[in-house]
Every structure is written in structure tokens, then in C-alpha cells.
Design a protein around this ligand. Structure first.
Ligand SMILES: Cc1cc2nc3c(=O)[nH]c(=O)nc-3n(C[C@H](O)[C@H](O)[C@H](O)COP(=O)(O)OP(=O)(O)OC[C@H]3O[C@@H](n4cnc5c(N)ncnc54)[C@H](O)[C@@H]3O)c2cc1C
Length: 385
């Protein structure tokens, strides 16, 4: 059941993506994660069907939709048990930034490949020393003739082994001050080395530590110009939060659907199902309501973003990300409990979501930083840091 006010086109997209998700499903996803593989077939098929390019402008071969359409794709694949984390990075952050702040040449060259999913670009902002404090970023880019030389360290960067390019946030000197700029860097560039970070998440996407030691890129690797960095980052952050939240809603839906089916089929006291005990059904119903509330907020945030209301969209996107991460954690925990011991088995496929939903409370922005944001910008409180 879908309680969001989709247009007929959005409803058709939702149904079609759900169909593709059902074809692959959670078993496929877990098999890939456990064997060290990637969800390449699913990514390619979704790309061929146009689902990865739904938010790319139509003049570049995309669907011409907005972040609402991309959120639908993220939610429905996750609800089928096979969410694609790199959707949050490549189409949501990078393609949106290039469409909005790239040069004409960059748009012409890159957007058609985002439209059909043939180009995957990952995103590197987080640094070991800076953490949540974006103002402490230490990666720098300096001019060397017509080129740029980039040096620094990045951590937890998702999907570096699956993408030919990486969008790196580095600081450049503009009028005597260091300010952020964005560079498209080949993942096999000389001077760039990567080390896999072992994570306790059942996911086919890996996280990497990156070392950039005077990585040389040409002048046109800079997205837009040197003043575009900060506005470009703000452009990319809301789509990132909205699509992560949509994935959270999808994971919550997946877990609750498994639990509802299980609770309806299992009987341990006479003929009554475990779902007939309110001790089982009420926590599931409560989690269902939390997931639905989060979902409403996701599509409100997406609608505000697509309508070009960045301030309201920023507030709604943060709230949606917070609400969806909390709801997804509640849903997965409650679904495991309803399964009893089977909740912890690989066969029933619910505990495999634990790491993913837990990470949604931390990344791309932690719940505490969202609470700081809401306290300051909605409740007008003083900043403590
Ligand atoms: C699975 C996964 C994938 C990721 N993928 C990417 C990626 O593709 N690209 C990328 O750039 N990054 C990625 N990240 C990094 C992610 O964005 C960061 O982990 C996140 O922003 C938090 O930064 P940190 O880990 O340095 O935590 P820290 O900043 O060290 O924070 C640690 C704790 O302190 C709290 N804290 C910090 N400051 C405050 C404060 N002022 N007030 C209250 N509490 C505070 C935080 O909320 C957190 O609970 C990923 C992370 C994970 C887990």
C-alpha cells in the first residue's frame, strides 16, 4: 500500500522499479555481499531501463524528473531487499552537482552517461581528522601550470572499487582564503592509493581509505569554477539526505513485510498465530506507523527540493533523514524480535539489515548533527561548537 500522493507517472515508476527489485531480491543482494561481489547486473539493468537517470535533465537523455523520482527508485529497490547505496552517491549527489554547477562542456560530456547509468562516480568529502567538522577539511588542491595537484586523506569513501571516477572535495586558495572546490579524479590516477576498511555491514558496497599524494588532474577536472564549490556542495547535500532517507524507509518496509508474513504463518500456542498476540503485532504496527511517517517526510522534502525551495527543503531533508534512520532501526529490530531465533538466521534475511540501518544513523550526517541543525535553525538555539 502506498499512501504518498504519487502522480500517475510516479506510481507507474514505483510499480516498475518494485518489479525489477523483486526479480533480484534480498538473497541476490546478500550473496553478492558475502562473496565480495557487486550488484553489477542490477545496476546495469536499472540503468538500461532508465531508472538511474530519472533525475537527469531530459536534454541530456535523462528522465527529466526530480529528486522525488530518484527517491522512489531508492525506496522501491530497498523495499525489495536490494537497495543500491551508490544511487545516493552517483546520481543523487554527483549528477545533481554537475547538472547544476558543471560547465557546459562537463554537462555535455558527463550527463548522458549518468542518464543511462553507464557512468558511476563516487563522492569523497569525509576525512579522518575533520569528521563531522567540514570546516577542518585538510585536502588541498594547488595549481601547477594548467593542472591541479591534489593532496590529502579521505575515509569511508563508498564504492571506489566500482567507479572510474571520484568527486573529491579539496580546498583551493581563492582571494587569500581556502575554500572548498570539487574535482573529478580518475580512481586509477597516479598518486591515489586506496585501502579497504573492514566494515560490519552486509553490503556489496565497500568503504575505502584514500591517500592522495600530489594527484595530478587537468584544469577542466574542476567542477564549474573555483567559486562553485560551496554552492555545489549545498546542492548535493539535500538530494543525498533525501535518497538515504528513502532507502531507510525501503529497508524498514522490507523488514516489516518479512515479519508480518512470518507472524501470520507461525503458530506455537494451539492454533493461534504469533501475530494474534498483541505483544507481537503492536510493536510491528507501531514500527509500521513510524516508517510511514518518515516516508511522508521524505516525499515532502523531495517535493520542496524539486520546487526550488532550498531552505525549507534543507530542514525537511534533515528531518526526513533523521526520522527514516530511526524508523528503519526500529523496524529491523522489531522484525527480528517477531521472528524469534529465526530473526538472527541468514535464511530469514532480516538481521542482514542491521549494519545498514545502523549506519544510516551515522552517515552521511549523524543524528546528533541533525539535532544540532534543527536546534539552531528551527528552534533558534545557540551553537555549542
Ligand atoms: C557505511 C558508510 C558509508 C559512508 N560513505 C561515505 C562516502 O561515500 N563518502 C564520504 O565522504 N563519506 C562517507 N561516509 C562517512 C560519513 O559521512 C561519516 O562517518 C559521518 O559524516 C560522521 O563523521 P565521523 O565518522 O568522522 O564521525 P565524527 O565526526 O568523529 O563523530 C563521532 C560522534 O560524535 C558526534 N559529534 C560530532 N560532533 C558533534 C557535535 N558538534 N555535537 C554533537 N555530537 C557530535 C557524532 O554525531 C558522532 O556520533 C560513510 C560512512 C559510513 C558509515
Amino acid at each position: 500500500m502506498n499512501l504518498v500522493n504519487d502522480t500517475p507517472e510516479q506510481a507507474a515508476l514505483r510499480a516498475a522499479v518494485a518489479g525489477l527489485g523483486a526479480k533480484y531480491g534480498h538473497r541476490y543482494y546478500v550473496e553478492k555481499a558475502k562473496s565480495g561481489g557487486h550488484t553489477t547486473e542490477l545496476w546495469s539493468e536499472a540503468g538500461r531501463l532508465g531508472y538511474l537517470g530519472v533525475s537527469v535533465p531530459a536534454e541530456y537523455g535523462g528522465g527529466g524528473g526530480g529528486i522525488t523520482e530518484l527517491a522512489i527508485v531508492c525506496e522501491e529497490l530497498a523495499a525489495a531487499g536490494c537497495g543500491l547505496l551508490l544511487l545516493v552517491v552517483s546520481p543523487a549527489i554527483v549528477a545533481t552537482i554537475i547538472a547544476t554547477h558543471g560547465t557546459d562542456e562537463q554537462r555535455k560530456q558527463l550527463l548522458p552517461a549518468f542518464a543511462d547509468g553507464s557512468l558511476k562516480v563516487v563522492f569523497a568529502i569525509t576525512e579522518p581528522e575533520a569528521g563531522s567538522n567540514f570546516h577542518k577539511l585538510g585536502t588541498v588542491a594547488r595549481r601547477d601550470g594548467a593542472d591541479w595537484l591534489i593532496s590529502g586523506r579521505k575515509c569511508f569513501i563508498s564504492g571506489v572499487d566500482e567507479a572510474p571516477y571520484l568527486l573529491v572535495v579539496a580546498r583551493t586558495e581563492v582571494s587569500g582564503r581556502l575554500s572548498p572546490a570539487l574535482f573529478l579524479v580518475p580512481t586509477d590516477a597516479a598518486g591515489l592509493t586506496k585501502t579497504k576498511i573492514d566494515m560490519e555491514i552486509t553490503s556489496p558496497e565497500n568503504q575505502w581509505m584514500l591517500y592522495l599524494d600530489d594527484v595530478r588532474v587537468p584544469g577542466d577536472a574542476l567542477i564549474g569554477d573555483e567559486t562553485a564549490g560551496l554552492p555545489a556542495l549545498f546542492t548535493g547535500l539535500n538530494p543525498e539526505r533525501i535518497t538515504v532517507a528513502a532507502m531507510g524507509v525501503g529497508m524498514g518496509r522490507y523488514a516489516l513485510a518479512q515479519a508480518a508474513a512470518y507472524a501470520k504463518s507461525r503458530s506455537v500456542w494451539g492454533g493461534r498465530t504469533i501475530g494474534s498476540h498483541q505483544g507481537v503485532s503492536h510493536p510491528l504496527a507501531h514500527a509500521q506507523i513510524q516508517v510511514e511517517l518518515a516516508k511522508q517526510m521524505v516525499y515532502r522534502a523531495a517535493a520542496l527540493y524539486d520546487a526550488g525551495s532550498p531552505i525549507e527543503a534543507g530542514i525537511a531533508a534533515n528531518m526526513a533523514k533523521y526520522a527514516a534512520a530511526e524508523a528503519a532501526n526500529l523496524a529491523v529490530d522489531t522484525a527480528i524480535q517477531a521472528h524469534g531465533g529465526n530473526g538472527m538466521t541468514t535464511e530469514y534475511g532480516v538481521a542482514t539489515l542491521l549494519g545498514g540501518v545502523r549506519a544510516a544513523r551515522i552517515a552521511p550526517v549523524s543524528r546528533e548533527m541533525i539535532l544540532n541543525f534543527v536546534a539552531q535553525h528551527v528552534l533558534d538555539q545557540e551553537r555549542s561548537y
